[in-house]
Design a protein around this ligand. Sequence first.
Ligand code: GTP
Ligand code: MG
Length: 220
Amino acid sequence: MKVTAEFVTSAADASGFPSDDLPEIALVGRSNVGKSSLINALVAQRIARTSAAPGKTRLANLYRVSRGNAGPLYLVDLPGYGYARGGHQSAREFKDLTRAYFENGRDVSALLLVDARHPGLENDTAAWNWLQQTVAQTAIVATKIDKLPRGQRIRAMRELESVFEDSVLPVSAVTGEGLENLWNLIERLANSRNPQPRRSRSSNSSSLPPKATAARPPTK
Ligand code: GTP
Ligand code: MG
């Protein structure tokens, strides 16, 4: 199916988040878990920068994508957590930007990415608990499934589903495994947004949620 994708902007704070009411699906997860690679694999383009060294993505990068006849949506590449080398400062930046993104009053969805080989890491379960309390639509994806030999996959997936108490979708940005299922999940999240009041076709801007006030422009 034909996919079009374009980079829209890098947001350092709420003033850079979209205000045009398209569905937004944000990828959340540890640094190096494969968020940017998965965006590239989904759109079959090298649009997001990836790196073997963790901490590559430092801002919220927004991509507008559309697939087949489905309406356009944003994929949002958020900075990863658990990046030790950046120290406390970068950990705080991640938290501030992620909180600003999800606590902004807009109806967005979160995909938590966890490494298929490492079920139940403490910061992953903490992120999942926080997302479930904060974001209306959430789902879990297990990345790098190609790194597990076939014989170990079923056990790994069972363990992940038991830790997170939810279904987990296995994918690989390298082999393309699971990407069709992931697109279906993304489209389901995009279509199950709260119909009140954002789906209103009226152009009355008072039906939109309050817009975050831009205290200052993005720093970089
Ligand atoms: P940050 O931007 O630091 O938060 O990392 P990220 O989550 O965006 O990770 P990124 O996509 O940059 O990938 C990190 C490393 O994992 C890179 O070396 C990728 O090539 C590798 N990688 C990502 N996805 C996969 C996958 O599905 N399979 C395999 N084998 N490697 C992958
Ligand atoms: Mg990245």
